[in-house]
Design a protein around this ligand. Structure first.
Ligand code: CP
Ligand code: NVA
Length: 305
């Protein structure tokens, strides 16, 4: 069990493996668009457990597994014993004895860690309160397709120091870029994570300063899943932290902006930027499919071949 590879954060793969994954994802996208048969894994089963809502993650994993010739099974907290308190360790042993891969979207990051510890098959983190590494694969693919290597570039995060922001901190290390984070005081990412990456990650509270000269500007909702009750209070505290035309005018002249979606137009991002004809945000969403197919292939070939 101990040598099973999991994907709980970007740090589970080496920078070289991540680059290989991106190359493979770009190739799989081409093959998919060319109508090539990608059914390399007939009979393989992906168990997908969702304790939080999802559009992109569910559809991309489910469609991706079907395209690879396997089957994806949707499981939610409401209709599994896991949701009624069956221990995570017991659930991990049982589910991994019947499925070839497990994907989990949940609250505490320690839940995916405990599951992975007791799983005999690879576990994929499909978002926890702390990290969303699958989204970063899609974001890095999108950057690569439009601009080439991200190494040495300046990325600016505007908004909450949340799971996406923390995944960008890991990405800065693994993909070798500088990250300036602009968040309201009190909404910084984890301090230990910041300390461990202070050679390339900085915190500023003024979004206009942080975005100056940036090659890529990224944002996300002000209140994440599980923080719905804080939505109104956060809307006031975050009002200055909107990615809009004014902020983008301070970034590099060919800067891109990204958003993992779902987006709130007029809050963290302006309607104008969301509706722009040349935004890469829709490529970013589509790339979830291709990047996760490459991820599943890599995990299946490494662990289960
Ligand atoms: N970006 C993302 O993970 O979207 P969903 O919540 O719709 O899965
Ligand atoms: N930070 C957001 C990301 C959604 C994909 C959340 O956790 O709700």
């Amino acid at each position: 069990m101990s040598d099973t590879r999991h994907f709980l954060t970007l740090l589970d793969f080496s920078p070289q493996e991540l680059q290989q994954l991106l190359r493979r994802s770009i190739e799989m996208k081409r093959a998919y668009r060319a109508g090539e048969d990608q059914r390399a894994f007939p009979g393989r089963v992906l168990a997908m457990f969702f304790a939080k809502s999802s559009t992109r993650t569910r559809i991309s994993f489910e469609a991706g597994m079907a395209q690879l010739g396997g089957h994806a099974m949707f499981l939610s907290a409401q209709d599994t014993q896991l949701g009624r308190g069956e221990p995570i360790e017991d659930s991990a042993k049982v589910i991994s004895s019947m499925a070839d891969l497990v994907m989990i979207r949940t609250f505490g990051h320690e839940i995916v860690e405990r599951f992975a510890e007791h799983s005999s098959v690879p576990v994929i983190n499909a978002l926890t309160d702390d990290y969303h590494p699958c989204q970063l694969l899609a974001d890095m693919q999108t950057w690569t397709e439009h601009r080439g290597s991200i190494a040495g570039k300046h990325v600016c995060w505007v908004g909450d120091g949340n799971n996406m922001c923390q995944s960008y901190i890991n990405a800065a290390r693994q993909f070798d870029f500088e990250l300036s984070i602009a968040c309201p005081p009190g909404f910084e990412p984890d301090s230990a994570l910041l300390r461990a990456n202070n050679d390339r990650v900085s915190i500023q509270h003024d979004p206009l300063t942080a975005a100056r000269g940036a090659d890529l500007v990224v944002t996300d909702v002000w209140a994440s899943m599980g923080q719905e009750k804080e939505q109104r209070e956060r809307a006031e505290l975050f009002a200055r932290y909107q990615v809009n035309g004014e902020l983008m005018s301070l970034a590099a002249s060919d800067a891109l902006y990204m958003h993992c979606l779902p987006a709130h137009r007029g809050e963290e991002i302006s309607a104008e930027l969301m509706n722009a004809a040349d935004t890469v945000i829709w490529d970013e969403a589509e790339n979830r499919l291709h990047a996760q197919k490459a991820l599943m292939e890599m995990l299946l070939l490494t662990n289960c071949a």
